[in-house]
Design a protein around this ligand. Structure first.
Ligand SMILES: C[S@@+](CC[C@H](N)C(=O)[O-])C[C@H]1O[C@@H](n2cnc3c(N)ncnc32)[C@H](O)[C@@H]1O
Length: 421
C-alpha cells in the first residue's frame, strides 16, 4: 500500500466530496498492487464506527441528471444506458460538477486490459477466436457438451455471464443510438463499463425495488474507491437519503478497507468487474451442461415442476443438494424419488450409486479443465503478443482455480461415500 506517491488528484477528489457534504473519518485512497486504487485506514478504526457518509445529493443517478436529458429516452431504457449516455454526451456545464471525481476513474485501456467484454477475441461471440477458452460459467459452453437451456432460480446470473453482459451492453447501445444517433461507441462503452464496475444499489425516493437489480443502480462518488473482498471489513447501508459505510470489525492502521460487491463467484467477478480473488468463499461452478445431457424429457419436466431444474452448483466443499436430487432421479424408481422429495424418505436411495454418478459428472468437468489448461499453455508458449499473452494467462489461472475446486469437490464426494460404507 502506498499513499506517499499518490497523485494529488485523489486527495482533491476526497476534498471535493467533503466540500459537497461527504463525511470521511479515518480512510484515504491508496494504491494497492494488482488492485489499482483502494481505501486504507489512516488510524485504528473501531468496530461499528461509521467511516464514511455520502449524502444522496452527491450521487449521480437517473434522478439527479437533468430531466430534459432523461426524457429523451423511451420508458424502460435501462438506468445503466441513460447514465452511460449522460456521461458521454450530457451537457458539459452540468457534468462539470463531477470533474474532480471523473478524473480519478480508470482509463479505457484499463478496461480493455481487464474486461473480456472488450477483448478483441470476444468481439463477435463468447467462444474466443484464437484459442482463448473462457470458463463455462462465463462462456455458456463446455467443450464436451452443447450449450443447454438454463434452469430456473437466482443462481442463473452465474451462468452464461458474458452473453448476458453482452446483451445488456447491446440493448443499452441500441436504446441510446435510437435517440442520439451520432453517439460514439468507444466513449459510450467506456462509460457503460464505468457504471458497471462502480455503481451501488440505488432506488429513487418513493420508488419500489425493481425486479432486475441492474435497473437499481447509481454512482456514488468517492466510495467507488473501495475494492471488494469476500471477507469485507466495511458494511454499506443505503438509507434512501444517504449511504453509510461502517466497520464490521476493528481495522488496524494501514489495513486496506474492503466492502462486498455481493456473494459473487470468481467467473462473475472476472466478467463483470475484470478481476477475481485468489481465495473466494463464494466461488462455484455449475454442472448443468453435463447433467442436462443425461436427463430424459420426463425427468426434465418433473425437475422443472419442482423448481429443481438447473443451477447444479459445486463448490470446494462439495455439490449442492440439487446435484444429489438430480443424481437420484437418474436411477431411482419415480415413486421412490418423489417420496424422498416429499417425505424425506430414503427408500431406494443407494448412496454409493449417487456418489458414483456425481463423481462422473465432476470428472467430466475436470476433463474439460485439463484440456483447456493444456490448450491455453500451448497458446502462451506459441504467443508473440505480450498483451494477448497477459489475457491468456488470466484465463489460464482461472481454469487452474476451477480444476482445484473440482478436485476438492470430488474429494468430498469420495470421502462422504467412504464414510457411508
Ligand atoms: C469500484 S472500483 C474500485 C476502485 C478501483 N480499484 C480503482 O482503481 O479505481 C472496482 C474495480 O476495482 C478493481 N477491484 C476491486 N476489488 C478488487 C480486488 N479484490 N482485487 C483486484 N481488483 C479489484 C476491479 O478492477 C474493479 O472493476
Amino acid at each position: 500500500m502506498t499513499t506517499d506517491d499518490l497523485p494529488n488528484e485523489h486527495l482533491e477528489c476526497m476534498q471535493w466530496a467533503i466540500s459537497h457534504g461527504a463525511e470521511v473519518r479515518g480512510v484515504v485512497p491508496a494504491r494497492f498492487p494488482g488492485r489499482g486504487l483502494g481505501m486504507v485506514a489512516t488510524r485504528t478504526i473501531e468496530e461499528d464506527e461509521t467511516i464514511i457518509t455520502i449524502p444522496l445529493s452527491l450521487m449521480l443517478t437517473v434522478d439527479s441528471i437533468p430531466s430534459t436529458f432523461v426524457k429523451k429516452f423511451q420508458p424502460g431504457t435501462p438506468a445503466q444506458a441513460i447514465l452511460a449516455a449522460y456521461l458521454t454526451r450530457g451537457d458539459r456545464r452540468s457534468l462539470k460538477k463531477w470533474d474532480p471525481w471523473r478524473k480519478v476513474w480508470p482509463s479505457r485501456q484499463a478496461f480493455e486490459d481487464s474486461m473480456p467484454l472488450l477483448w478483441p477475441e470476444f468481439s463477435q461471440s463468447n467462444s474466443g477466436a484464437g484459442g482463448i477458452i473462457l470458463p463455462p460459467s462465463a462462456s455458456g459452453t463446455l467443450e464436451t457438451a452443447q450449450a443447454n437451456p438454463l434452469g430456473e432460480g437466482d443462481k442463473e446470473i452465474y451462468q452464461n455471464i458474458l452473453s448476458r453482459q453482452r446483451m445488456r451492453l447491446q440493448r443499452s447501445w441500441e436504446d441510446v443510438v435510437s435517440v442520439i444517433p451520432d453517439m460514439d461507441w468507444d466513449s459510450f462503452s467506456y462509460n457503460w463499463c464505468i457504471v458497471n464496475t462502480r455503481s451501488f444499489y440505488y432506488v429513487g425516493p418513493g420508488k419500489d425495488d425493481p425486479e432486475d437489480w441492474n435497473d437499481a443502480l447509481g454512482l456514488v462518488p468517492f466510495v467507488d474507491y473501495f475494492n471488494h473482498s469476500d471477507e469485507w471489513t466495511c458494511d454499506v447501508a443505503f438509507r434512501r437519503t444517504d449511504y453509510t459505510f461502517k466497520a464490521n470489525r476493528r481495522i488496524e492502521k494501514d489495513e486496506e478497507v474492503y466492502i462486498s460487491y455481493g456473494a459473487h463467484t470468481n467467473d462473475f467477478l472476472l466478467i463483470e468487474y475484470g478481476f477475481f480473488l485468489d481465495h473466494n468463499a463464494c466461488d462455484a461452478v455449475y454442472l448443468d451442461d453435463i447433467i442436462f445431457q443425461e436427463l430424459s424429457p420426463a425427468d426434465q419436466a418433473e425437475l422443472k415442476q419442482r423448481g429443481y431444474y438447473g443451477n447444479y452448483e459445486i463448490t470446494s466443499t462439495g455439490p449442492c443438494p440439487r446435484v444429489g436430487a438430480v443424481a437420484c432421479i437418474s436411477y431411482m424408481d419415480s415413486e421412490d424419488w418423489r417420496n424422498i422429495m416429499d417425505r424425506d424418505s430414503t427408500e431406494g436411495v443407494d448412496p454409493q450409486k449417487t456418489a458414483e454418478i456425481i463423481s462422473g459428472w465432476i470428472n467430466a468437468y475436470l476433463k474439460d479443465c485439463e484440456a483447456s489448461i493444456e490448450s491455453l499453455e500451448r497458446n502462451i508458449a506459441a504467443g508473440q503478443d505480450e498483451c494477448r499473452n497477459a489475457r491468456v494467462t488470466v484465463i489460464l489461472n482461472r481454469w487452474k482455480q476451477i480444476k482445484s475446486l473440482c478436485q476438492s469437490a470430488l474429494d468430498v464426494v469420495d470421502r462422504d461415500n467412504t464414510d457411508a460404507e
